[in-house]
Design a protein around this ligand. Sequence first.
Ligand code: URA
Length: 215
Amino acid sequence: MFNASAVHVLPQTNQLRALHSIIRDKSASQEDFVFYSNRIIRQLLETGMNLLPFQPRQVTTPIGASYDGLQLAVKLCGVSVIRAGESMEPELRAMYPGLRMGKILIQRDKETKLPDLLYSHLPPDIGERHVLLLEPMLATGGSALAAIDVLLKAGVPEQHIIFVNLLAAPVGLRRLLEAHPKLRVVTASVEQELTEQAYMIPGIGDFGDRYFGTA
Ligand code: URA
């Protein structure tokens, strides 16, 4: 059994469900799919950022009063899992201009069916940073586990990784959190199950194809 408190599911407000209804509709245009996915992605990223450590910051307002506020207490980095994870980069950059960004490319080997690391490029000081790992689809968890492995080998502690995800299958969540109990996951929905081809049900189809218009 995994640590359920490590999974932060966005509150299923009417607004969020309406956004899901647009992007899950098979007849949505690519333009709508991108626009409304981005609105959910923004909420996921804000929720992920909120799990990071903050420290006190006092500022003086224009009327000379002081405001006891907060500021991020750690160095941050975004890492996208190519290709679907790249859809989350523009919103993150808009929230955090100048943010360091890494990339990981994993593909399933056609013969062994196992995830194969093809490419990774990370900031050299990534071990000193907290990481938002961007991967909108968590199905069987194979490529997510491989991506986490890349970060751990680069020196990022498990508890410094926040997995930012749009849809998650229960089996993928279980595999991720059983292997990495200190990982945190932010998702907009935990789906029912997987088809034989590892698509989520009810799901969204192929996220990358729909987002990048390659269907
Ligand atoms: N990847 C997708 O794009 N969709 C799924 O349902 C599962 C994995």
